[in-house]
Design a protein around this ligand. Structure first.
Ligand SMILES: Cc1cc2nc3c(=O)[nH]c(=O)nc-3n(C[C@H](O)[C@H](O)[C@H](O)COP(=O)(O)OP(=O)(O)OC[C@H]3O[C@@H](n4cnc5c(N)ncnc54)[C@H](O)[C@@H]3O)c2cc1C
Length: 291
């Protein structure tokens, strides 16, 4: 189908964005990489009268390290995340996620801000930012506010973004030598959205016990699902085959996956259990992983 007709303006900075949003209200919609929005226009799932192109807004750009946090501007493209040295060193989970997202052409244009704002329940980056305990920085004409990623995703394709707000950046606590992270997923074909996926992040203390684990499932609910019972099965315990099995079992209390085109709820739960073992086994000491 063809796009509906709409106006277009390219913002040179945030003041241009605020002016356009004030003048056109809900009839204006921002566009970043356009990799989701343009498809929804073609399917007539959205009908803005004005597209406000934010790709040249300098305030939404850049990757910087400040005070133990890695600040990643909303306009950072997926491909940039995958090759940035600061991301590789301080938030390796995000770099690991990139090859799972669609295909190179889409990764060259799609942005982290667009992915978080759209909040597809099967998308990788929303799950990663929850697993990393990141903070989403929102900006409006009235100023800035910070929302923990775990509170940002509020339902199916729904977020804490208020009208007139943009995602400016995401702030990720930097990984330490004790941090372990992994993302794993099952998709029908390489580049497809996940049938089920898991982003995991935890620390190991000097005694080898698990500290602050976060297991976040995606593709199995209305948004990223922080698996609280599975996490409780790991917290403060040595990571062993037994504790991994306990986390797998506890997932039944965390997940209530809807049936979808890929299969029934039981299959999705099974996939998440398999993925939990795949991710956590990577964090086992080498001898135990081989046993
Ligand atoms: C064929 C195909 C396959 C794909 N496969 C995957 C996949 O496997 N995994 C995956 O995660 N994604 C996938 N995607 C989506 C891709 O990652 C998109 O790039 C991403 O979801 C949206 O980013 P964008 O910058 O293109 O956003 P846009 O399409 O420009 O915008 C998306 C929405 O976010 C809003 N928005 C954009 N930026 C901001 C901001 N800074 N603040 C507030 N609102 C904003 C827009 O108004 C719009 O509502 C796929 C896309 C396609 C076309």
């Amino acid at each position: 189908m063809k796009w509906p007709s709409f106006g277009y303006m390219r913002a040179a900075g945030l003041p241009d964005v605020w002016r356009a949003l004030a003048e056109h209200g809900a009839a204006a919609q921002v566009v970043a990489g356009g990799q989701t929005l343009l498809a929804t226009l073609a399917f007539r799932l959205s009908d803005p009268k004005l597209l406000v192109d934010i790709t040249r807004v300098p305030e939404l750009r850049g990757i910087t390290l400040t005070g133990g946090m890695l600040r990643i501007g909303a306009l950072t493209r997926h491909a940039e995340l995958g090759r940035d040295a600061l991301v590789a060193r301080h938030a390796p989970l995000l770099a690991e996620a990139v090859p799972y997202i669609a295909h190179p052409a889409i990764r060259n244009r799609g942005t982290i801000g667009g992915s978080l704002a759209y909040a597809d329940p099967a998308a990788e980056l929303p799950a990663c930012v929850v697993a990393l305990d990141a903070v989403v920085v929102l900006v409006s004409a009235g100023g800035e506010r910070r929302v923990p990623a775990r509170d940002f995703f509020t339902g199916l394709l729904t977020t804490a973004l208020e009208p007139g707000e943009l995602i400016a950046a995401v702030e990720v606590p930097v990984a330490t030598a004790a941090t372990r992270s992994a993302i794993v997923e099952v998709a029908r074909r390489s580049g497809d959205y996940a049938m089920a996926g898991l982003a995991a992040c935890l620390s190991m203390d000097a005694a080898g016990n698990v500290v602050a684990p976060r297991l976040v499932c995606f593709g199995v609910g209305n948004g990223p699902v922080l698996a609280a019972h599975a996490v409780a099965a790991l917290e403060g315990r040595a990571l062993t085959a037994a504790s991994i099995a306990a986390a797998q079992a506890a997932l039944a209390q965390d997940l209530d996956p809807p049936a979808d085109l890929h299969g029934p709820p039981e299959m999705k739960l099974h996939l998440c259990r398999v993925l939990t073992a795949r991710a956590l086994t990577r964090f086992l000491p080498a001898a135990e992983a081989a046993a």
